[in-house]
Design a protein around this ligand. Sequence first.
Ligand code: SAM
Length: 251
Amino acid sequence: MAPLSSPRKNTPKRLRLKKSLRSLIEFGGGDQIEQSQFQSTTRKLYDGPAGAVLYLASKLSLHDPLVGRIIKTRRFDVSEFRSILDIGSGAGQILGHLLRETHPDARLVACDLSHQMLKRARTRMDSPRPNYLSADMTNLPFQDESFDCVTCGWVLEYVADPKHGLMEIQRVLQPGGSLFLLATEDKFSGMLNSRTWKCRTYNRVELKQAFEESGLPWKEQHWFTPIHQFLRLGGIIVEATKPLEPTEVQS
Ligand SMILES: C[S@@+](CC[C@H](N)C(=O)[O-])C[C@H]1O[C@@H](n2cnc3c(N)ncnc32)[C@H](O)[C@@H]1O
């Protein structure tokens, strides 16, 4: 597993500098507005023109093919899962890879806050396999332990308190089930992205702690390529597993 940021990097001076940089560059909405308002702003954003160009943007930024590579090369192996939920499926970027790499009988469910994004995903996928459902990740309409895998790419940034999203994922995952999650990191490029896509960013160490407190300890950190890993670019990409034995979840 790759090391988290070294203590040398987290000196008070550095942290203060990072905080000022964040307040200057990053989208502040996530901290300043209520979750319900954050949600309606997000829905409007993705229902509109930004959502229409999302697919192209993820191709141009190479995010879509790079995620595909992680799945295709089985660094995150989806071949054995039988019931998969893709949260915040957007234009179906991760869903497309799941359609290709999962067992043909595996159940695929795609959910999103934005109706327009669901329509776009359905048109792009052109497959009868996935079920599409409008849902908010902090209040998922599924019974406990419904899925053996959850994927969630660049969605948790739209939840002011990550634990509200992670605890729902923990609830719907079966014991031993896997979560593959990608999130924007509080690096310079992440902060710029946050302004464009009106979302928050996450600090890697703090996010790891939120996962642990939600009963989803990290199993592995992934990087798109060794170059991304060397330069610490590409954001936070993690695989977490719900323990087989029940753990205490801190609300
Ligand atoms: C940046 S896109 C990510 C799309 C895709 N998952 C990917 O990997 O590229 C974020 C998506 O999450 C959706 N979203 C945002 N907040 C959400 C929430 N609370 N619940 C469900 N979906 C949400 C948005 O509507 C949008 O389609």
